[in-house]
Design a protein around this ligand. Structure first.
Ligand code: 5GP
Ligand code: MN
Ligand code: MN
Length: 480
């Protein structure tokens, strides 16, 4: 495959639409040369498969953290015409609205250094985590439906966090397309006890320090001050979203045959956007997305309470406002400029972060002039980054960029190579406090199991699909 790829400008690669007969658009990749040469062919193959799906617009896109996934690659975007296109659960992923939220503080490293152990231990207790972890609240009868329909709004109404938080969440933390009646009882049953929990493995709660500013003007706009402490929460829709995905993959497997869609890989099972199967999936997906926004909202509330207890100050006095909350596994109807016309498309972002450029109405007023904040976590032992969205992203990637470093080793591969004890010792020697819920997690999540996040954000910055604003480094991490 790689011989058919040409560099159309530095670090932007194209695989032409005549590579396969069924391809409707070219494939595009954002990678430095060495990252492209080490990329598994399977991921490129998956991009060419996505390019075959009905109604796809512009390009099938591979972002700087692209790797092989279920049907669609992770670190990928596909946008489909709402008239002629499809919706596909595999293009969203199992953890619907897995995403990242960042909270700022006016504290500095000096303030928190003496309390590091207390912070880690209390966060670990106050924010439930682990495989199949249960939240600490008891939802009443049909309350889950309100969570699914209203998302973070439900959480704020129930006194988890601040009204103003909603302004700084993608979709304001609630997709209006959600319909809880499209979510199966099984998915609800899995969701009820897990609401307000982090999950396991890759999901984390991290206390960080702003270590470097690349763009002072934008950093000021986002309220990012060098040397101050930030907190990052990475979590999704838990078993609820997973079940929604499984339920609808099964339905889609029938639907694509019923609608006579010609797809190159069964894992790309999909349905025409105006079909009942697509409608059912999309409304259930939006409901699961709302669950995830409520979930992150609750956890941020407990983070604030934890800091209040430790520092004996109110969260308001510590200026613990939300910088932003991004969804990196989601499908949304958005308007984009295609062939010089504004057109509505169903944008699938799987392991991809929205990176809307200046002026878009979806961006909060406070940030609109500079583009939205883009949150890209690295690993528990390396930096994470804040970028901002750009006009180039709007033109080329449907306003999207990477979502993380991307895995290099599988969990099993990482466990063979590292032990949790040695990873923990290594992190502690660098001054990073860690706590994990189960023994293998630290080995599975070893920083060396991930690709180089510095390279990922550099590629995004140099190609212009999202530009660097600030770098944060970890001080304390809790893992599921
Ligand atoms: P996901 O697992 O949701 O696909 O990817 C999220 C990204 O988070 C990963 O690609 C990885 O780069 C990053 N990540 C995983 N664990 C940690 C962690 O403990 N801390 C930070 N800062 N990033 C992490
Ligand atoms: Mn994620
Ligand atoms: Mn996830």
């Amino acid at each position: 495959i790689k011989e058919n790829i040409t560099e159309i400008r530095p670090n932007v690669w194209e695989i032409p639409s005549n590579f396969k007969r069924e391809m409707k658009v070219p494939g595009r990749f954002y990678l430095e040369k060495d990252a492209l040469s080490s990329l598994e062919e399977g991921a490129i193959e998956q991009i060419t498969n996505v390019a075959c799906l009905p109604g796809i617009q512009k390009f099938a896109i591979g972002l700087p953290d692209i790797h092989f996934g279920y049907g669609f690659p992770i670190g990928g975007v596909g946008a489909f015409s709402v008239r002629t296109g499809v919706v596909s659960p595999g293009g969203v992923g199992f953890d619907i609205n897995c995403g990242v939220r960042m909270v700022r503080t006016n504290l500095t490293e000096k303030d928190i250094k003496p309390k590091m152990k207390e912070i880690v231990d209390k966060l670990f207790v106050n924010v439930p985590s682990g495989v199949g972890s249960k939240g600490k609240i008891r939802l009443k009868n049909n309350e889950i439906d309100n969570v699914l329909d209203f998302g973070a709004e439900w959480a704020v109404e129930n006194e988890y966090g601040w009204e103003e938080d909603l302004n700084f969440l993608e979709e304001n933390g609630r997709m209006l397309d959600a319909d809880s009646s499209k979510v199966s009882d099984k998915a609800k049953k899995r969701g009820i006890p897990q609401l307000g929990s982090l999950g396991s493995g890759n999901h984390f709660l991290e206390v960080q320090k702003i270590d470097e500013i690349f763009n002072e003007e934008v950093a000021k706009t986002f309220n990012l001050e060098p040397g101050t402490i930030t907190i990052m929460v990475h979590s999704g829709s838990r078993g609820c979203g997973h079940q929604v995905c499984s339920d609808h993959l099964r339905a889609m497997d029938k639907a694509y045959k019923k609608h006579n869609l010609n797809i190159p890989d069964r894992q790309l099972a999909c349905a025409p956007i105006d079909s009942i199967e697509a409608e059912n999936y999309f409304r259930a997906m939006a409901a699961a997305a709302n669950y995830a926004w409520a979930n992150r909202q609750m956890m941020v509330h407990w983070v604030r309470e934890t800091f209040e207890g430790i520092f004996n100050q109110s969260a308001e006095d510590m200026e613990m406002s939300v910088i932003y909350d991004v969804a990196h596994n989601i499908a949304k109807k958005e308007v984009h400029n295609i062939k010089n016309r504004n057109q509505e498309v169903m944008v699938h972002r799987k392991g991809a972060t929205r990176a809307f450029g200046p002026g878009r109405v979806e961006i909060p007023n406070e940030y609109r002039k500079v583009g939205q904040p883009v949150l890209i976590p690295g690993t528990m032992g390396t930096a994470s980054y804040i970028l901002h969205g750009t006009d180039i992203a709007m033109e080329e990637t449907f306003g999207s960029t990477a979502h993380g470093a991307g895995r290099k080793l599988s969990r099993t591969g990482a466990k063979k190579k590292f032990t949790s004890d040695e990873i923990k010792a290594d992190l502690e020697s660098k001054g990073i406090h860690v706590r994990a819920n189960s023994d293998p997690v630290l080995a599975e999540e070893a920083p060396a199991a991930y690709k180089d996040v510095d390279q990922v954000v550099r590629t995004s910055d140099s190609t212009g699909i999202a530009k660097l604003v600030a770098k944060v480094v970890p001080l304390a991490v809790t893992k599921g």
